[in-house]
Ligand binder design. Structure first.
Ligand SMILES: Cc1cc2nc3c(=O)[nH]c(=O)nc-3n(C[C@H](O)[C@H](O)[C@H](O)COP(=O)(O)OP(=O)(O)OC[C@H]3O[C@@H](n4cnc5c(N)ncnc54)[C@H](O)[C@@H]3O)c2cc1C
Length: 330
């Protein structure tokens, strides 16, 4: 297995740009490659994507392999998996990472089956086992009740990674690197799965996972009406509203707004946690926030152990006072 070397990430492209998950994989992949003392490679599939290979290099890849063909313009599982399969057989990466997105969660397990290699899906942490140099893959198990770390024999060592769980790579500008075209013979097979059309979901306001500011509420908000106050705060802060699972279970907010181990992982600049106790299942979803500010009436609430700033008090008094102050600063 000595010929398996380097870390490779599958780069996703959305509307002609590198997807945010691609930058996160480049960030996490870079760390793994540095720990291993090896290179970081990206593989991009699509049509007219060579320029994006250079961008992947500017975001930290040492090399970006490109399979460029009009047949790959849209995601098609058979063509994508056979192309990546061929790239892997030629390049032989030690580690192979996908995002745990619609595409990555489809492609990764199919490749693992084709290659007869283990894959850990929906991982939230990756590291290298110092002695064996194997990839350690950590993910929530039993519906989020515990975290488990997996390792496996054989190469490539594969994982899909949950969005927002790795810090994205920084743009390093005109960095040195190599964009390498790879010719793959694309044989269109009769497939039971075909691309029909792309339907973009219209979302109002800023998406939770893209927001730089999140105002999140918990059980103490009391009802859906209370969340309207949080919306007002989020609007003033140009952010998005999120919440705990209790808020979702009570029907005050939709499931798409749940933060936590069984919800979304977020990493905003500011996470304002209002009337949230700070259960570990919730904090796993927001602990990568740059600043956590908590408002809670109970001084002994666990959230104060992780918050950078905290206000002990009733949110119905604290939040309006905060908003009033904010308005004077505009
Ligand atoms: C398998 C599993 C997976 C889970 N996944 C998730 C997940 O993804 N996300 C998630 O959030 N939870 C998840 N949970 C639930 C989690 O364990 C907690 O139960 C939940 O996060 C608690 O939500 P909360 O903080 O809103 O409610 P509580 O824990 O009840 O806390 C409410 C807080 O509000 C404060 N408060 C009340 N009134 C006021 C007021 N007027 N002003 C100020 N403060 C006030 C209270 O002091 C208290 O600290 C999961 C649980 C399990 C078992």
């Amino acid at each position: 297995m000595a010929d398996y070397k380097n870390v490779m990430i599958f780069g996703e492209i959305v509307e002609g740009k590198l997807a945010s998950i691609t930058k996160e994989l480049l960030g996490g992949g870079r760390k793994l490659a540095d720990e291993l003392g090896e290179e970081l490679h990206a593989v991009l599939l699509g049509h007219g994507v060579t320029e994006l290979a250079r961008e992947a290099i500017a975001f930290g890849a040492d090399k970006a392999y490109v399979v460029d063909d009009p047949k790959l313009s849209d995601y098609q599982i058979d063509l994508y998996s056979s192309s990546i399969n061929e790239v892997i057989e030629r390049i032989k990466p030690r580690v192979l990472l996908f995002g745990h997105t619609d595409i990555g969660a489809d492609l990764g397990p199919r490749l693992s089956f084709r290659l007869d290699r283990a894959i850990a899906t929906d991982c939230v942490e990756l590291s290298v086992e110092p002695d064996t140099k194997h990839l350690l893959r950590t993910k929530p198990v039993y519906g989020g009740m515990a975290m488990a770390t997996f390792t496996s024999e054989g190469f490539p060592q594969m994982a899909t990674v949950r969005p927002k769980s790795l810090a994205p790579a920084e743009w390093r500008g005109s960095a040195e690197g190599l964009a390498v075209p790879i010719d793959v013979e694309l044989v269109e097979v009769a497939s039971s799965i075909n691309f029909v059309e792309r339907v973009t979901e219209e979302a109002e306001g800023i998406k939770l996972e893209d927001a730089e500011v999140i105002v999140a509420g918990g059980r103490g908000i009391g009802d859906a009406e209370g969340f309207k106050k949080l919306e007002e705060a989020a609007k003033l802060l140009r952010g998005a509203v999120g919440g705990s699972r209790v808020a979702v279970d009570n029907g005050w907010i939709p499931t798409t707004m749940q933060v936590g181990i069984t919800g979304k992982i977020v990493a905003p600049k500011l996470y304002l946690a209002v009337a949230i106790s700070g259960a570990s299942q919730h904090m796993t979803g927001c602990s990568r926030s740059q600043r956590i500010v908590a408002i809670n009436k109970d001084l002994s609430a666990p959230i104060f152990k992780q918050a950078h700033f905290g206000v002990v008090g009733d949110w119905k008094i604290v939040l309006p006072a905060f908003l009033n102050k904010l308005k004077t600063l505009e």
